[in-house]
Write a protein that binds this ligand. Sequence first.
Ligand SMILES: NC(=O)c1ccc[n+]([C@@H]2O[C@H](COP(=O)([O-])OP(=O)(O)OC[C@H]3O[C@@H](n4cnc5c(N)ncnc54)[C@H](O)[C@@H]3O)[C@@H](O)[C@H]2O)c1
Length: 435
Amino acid sequence: MTAYSPMTNLPEAPGYKKGDLLVLFGELFGRGYANGIVDEARRAGMTVVGATVGRRDNGGELRPLTTGELAEAEALLGGKIINIPLEAGFDLEPADDGVSPVERLKGIKPDEWESARFGEGLLEQSRCNGVARFEANLERFVAELKPFIPAGGSVLFVHTMAGGIPRVRLFMPLLNRIFKGTGDKFLPSERFWNSELGRFSQLNFNEVTADTFGRLLEGTVALRGEIEARGGAVRYAAYGYHGCAVLLGGEYVWQSYTPYVQGEAKMRLEGIAEAAWQQGVKAAVYNCPEIQTNSSTLFLGVELSLYPFLSALEREGGGEMAEQAKRECAQLLKEGVTLDRMLALAEEYLVSPLMAGFRDFAAWPQHNTKEQMAFMLERSQELMALSADQKRVVCAELSRLVFQGVGRLMFDDSWSPRGAVTWLNHDIIARRLVS
Ligand SMILES: NC(=O)c1ccc[n+]([C@@H]2O[C@H](COP(=O)([O-])OP(=O)(O)OC[C@H]3O[C@@H](n4cnc5c(N)ncnc54)[C@H](O)[C@@H]3O)[C@@H](O)[C@H]2O)c1
């Protein structure tokens, strides 16, 4: 397993210059992590080129964006999008008999999910067909990217792709029971993981969350050579997750959201960066804190460790920036609720004896337990309810601060990365923001 290697000192200003190129490998959504690094690139005068995952109407054929969708996505990105669908994974990919894994699961009744079987070799056929589609689209993407490469300039590829939950109705009640179920509704993540459906999910997570990074590295070998031959340089950065240290009881303590079923795929992503690093490629994975984004809404409770970020801002120097963050968060709370109350409730959960066994780095990613889920979900709702307007909650504000700080750290460090895998914990992010 990758050694725990947190960033402990701020990176130097990077050497990117006006006209250099940032390529966002993954689609940008309004409140996702990638917004932070895109803002940094813009500030540095770089050109930004993006990608799209594509769209499927009613689960049908994968297609590029329509003219209207493209205009909207380009306005959000503030740059051109290469309109070739880069959806990865194979849940909707037909095997050689024309049937996709999702279609195979359609007749299965909800209470029969554990006996679902795919049949010898059929998942592998779909996986191979999915890989072939992704690689063909990647090749077209790279060809269309070439005209944007600045002569003698540098290119930073930023990988944001993660996901791969199979898009089949059978999964929704199961996932709701794993991530949101209490009492009789609770379903242990381990039981799901050991089933055929769990194995299918794992394979699909690997494809989307990890192997897309490897394919990007391989698919740009020739381009890298061309850029370097013209005096430019190429870097790769990717977002990882492998727990995060947050301020608890006056000390920074590593902790994690449980059950993080994509954990093995994230470790595979780390392995891909490490292998590339061995070959002299500047490819780095940055393990980032838990925040609220489009992708994390299913994981109710993931935001609990975000609250102490407010205390980290204070600890790392405070000052006007930290005061402003506190004011903005306080304004979002219901009348009579204080920030101290909010922070105490979050800390009580994070340091509770029930959570102690989950703060085991070597045992990561762990499966959930009924008691842990009950406490986590209850505390998550209790804390959310402290915000006056459920459309403007405190952790959305904290998420924004974190992705801004992370964006800056990743952007700066990627120029001369300190290692293949680096943890960005609350301390260094807070220090970046307050300094
Ligand atoms: N949200 C968190 O708490 C958190 C914590 C640590 C790391 N991260 C990582 O940050 C990165 C960005 O995620 P985010 O949370 O900002 O959410 P997001 O929803 O903004 O981004 C998810 C990205 O994955 C892409 N994607 C999803 N399914 C895909 C598929 N099948 N094929 C190709 N691309 C696909 C989307 O297009 C998008 O670019 C991810 O790698 C995520 O794992 C998130």
